[in-house]
Design a protein around this ligand. Sequence first.
Ligand SMILES: [Zn+2]
Ligand SMILES: [Zn+2]
Length: 252
Amino acid sequence: MRFASLGSGSEGNGLVVDADGTCVLLDCGFGLADCVARLARLGLAPAALAGIVVTHEHSDHIGGVGRLARKYDLPVWLTAGTLAMAQDLEGVAIRIIDSHAPFAVDALEIQPFPVPHDAREPVQFVFGDGQRRLGVLTDAGTSTPHIEAMLTGVDALVLECNHDAAMLESGPYPASLKRRVGGRFGHLENGQAAALLGRVKHDRLQCVMAAHVSKKNNTRALAQAALAEVLVCAADEVGVACQTTGFDWIRL
Ligand SMILES: [Zn+2]
Ligand SMILES: [Zn+2]
């Protein structure tokens, strides 16, 4: 099993997960040509995807899904709540998922779990191939016991480190947006991400990648330092999914 990021952040997200040649795209917040170019960087043709799995209706996650799905005839898995709020999915083969029910795409086992975020029915996922498991958590305002139960025991974790609390507080956002981002239905800050990691980490966890890092309210170095303290490693050993290049394939 392997995974890679097309890019991560408020301007667009996309993650590919490949189990034995079954490759799905998790979210697509990029325009069609941009997404195809980002896939090509990873050696992937869009038509080779088995489909697109969507976390929620915010444009940095769903903005490019309709065009990509129609052009390459890809099915799209999402919750009924996300579908209700989605635009531009006409003509797309929709597969409704339950936010608690696992489903499979060929060799890939996919376990959704609900998260607190200001969308209609947002979910995040654990992907597995029967041997290894990858947990993904971005766009969550806070952790919950259920999230931590889902992420305990994963071999790799892509974890939101959206903002630094002090930078958000003193940063350029208007007060209402600061409250939204920092609130219970907003995004995880570095300290929350580190605390969550401390509660789910275990001996088999071999890879943690920081994701959805804000350009305005965080730095790569702060996110790395927060997770490195928990992992007891050097800060530069913590990987970061950046907005422009994501990260290259990681094999589990
Ligand atoms: Zn987002
Ligand atoms: Zn969101």
